[in-house]
Design a protein around this ligand. Structure first.
Ligand code: NAD
Length: 257
């Protein structure tokens, strides 16, 4: 499946763990060239690269994507390593802690917004010229896929108003970029996970996890390997070349928008 991903040049932000790592792994299996990214030092990612066992296909870059300058360096280095960019996957993000509205100070605000919004806006901004060039050269669409969230649909859990709001903004940013960049043959889609079993939920007790699982039609958390195929589908021009501006919910029926 997704044969046209063979040789595609893909940057996956936030791919040292969780959903992003599984997406990167699946892309490598599909024959893509992948730059993995995370906040960990390159030495710590060595084991990860070895595990992917495709040294010619993968490399790793460290950057804190809350910082605009680091976003620019990340994109430029990824392009340098792969000789261009066909697909950008903005997956880095996170809760950034929980805080009720009355407890939100400037530091908390900046951290959540920088992590989930600045990162997506700036990495995409610096990637656009390369994605445009890729589409022009290949005469096929290039693709931006960003990880949104069910929280962007329903507001997020207690103490996560900024996280939920930031993910709603991610969903909407893409709708705008469709208007600006479809002429350049760049597609923009969002994957909105429900509750997926990753470190994201490590602050929750087992009882709370059970309660949440009970609120999901399928009665369980999703697994990372159940997320990755949707990203590959949206990355593949052959599979999804006419799909842009969509939010694809992968949530076991937790919410049916
Ligand atoms: P995770 O914690 O396992 O992975 C997060 C990844 O982002 C890691 O690779 C980490 O290195 C990277 N990252 C975090 N902060 C960073 C920073 N400042 N700079 C660079 N990299 C940074 O979590 P996950 O659950 O796999 O989350 C991946 C994405 O999915 C996030 O955008 C998250 O908001 C979203 N999401 C997760 C769930 C869920 O239930 N797990 C639900 C909805 C959305």
């Amino acid at each position: 499946m997704f044969d046209d991903l063979q040789g595609k040049r893909v940057l996956v932000t936030g791919s040292t763990a969780g959903i992003g790592l599984d997406v990167a792994r699946s892309l490598v299996k599909a024959g893509a060239r992948v730059v993995l990214h995370g906040s960990r030092h390159a030495d710590e990612a060595e084991a990860l690269l070895a595990e992917l066992s495709a040294p010619e296909q993968v490399s790793y870059l460290q950057a804190d994507v809350r910082d605009t300058q680091q976003c620019e360096v990340l994109v430029n280095q990824a392009v340098e390593r792969m000789g261009g960019l066909d697909v950008l996957i903005n997956n880095a993000g996170g809760l950034g802690g929980r805080q009720g509205l009355e407890g939100i100070d400037d530091d908390f605000f900046d951290n959540v917004i920088d992590l989930n919004i600045r990162s997506v806006v700036m990495v995409t901004r610096f990637a656009i010229p390369h994605l445009r060039a890729s589409a022009k050269h290949s005469q096929q669409t290039s693709s931006v896929i960003t990880t949104g969230s069910i929280a962007g649909r329903e507001g997020g859990g207690m103490g996560a108003c900024l996280y939920g709001g930031s993910k709603a903004m991610v969903h909407n940013l893409h709708r705008n970029w469709v208007k600006e960049f479809t002429k350049d043959n760049i597609r923009f889609n969002t994957v909105a996970p429900g509750t997926i079993d990753t470190a994201f939920h490590e602050d929750k007790s087992d009882d709370l996890k059970k309660t949440i699982a009970g609120s999901i039609a399928m009665g369980r958390f999703g697994q990372c390997h159940e997320m990755a195929p949707t990203y590959l589908y949206l990355a593949s021009h052959a599979a999804s070349g006419y799909i842009t501006g969509q939010v694809i919910d992968v949530n076991g029926g937790q919410m049916c928008p």
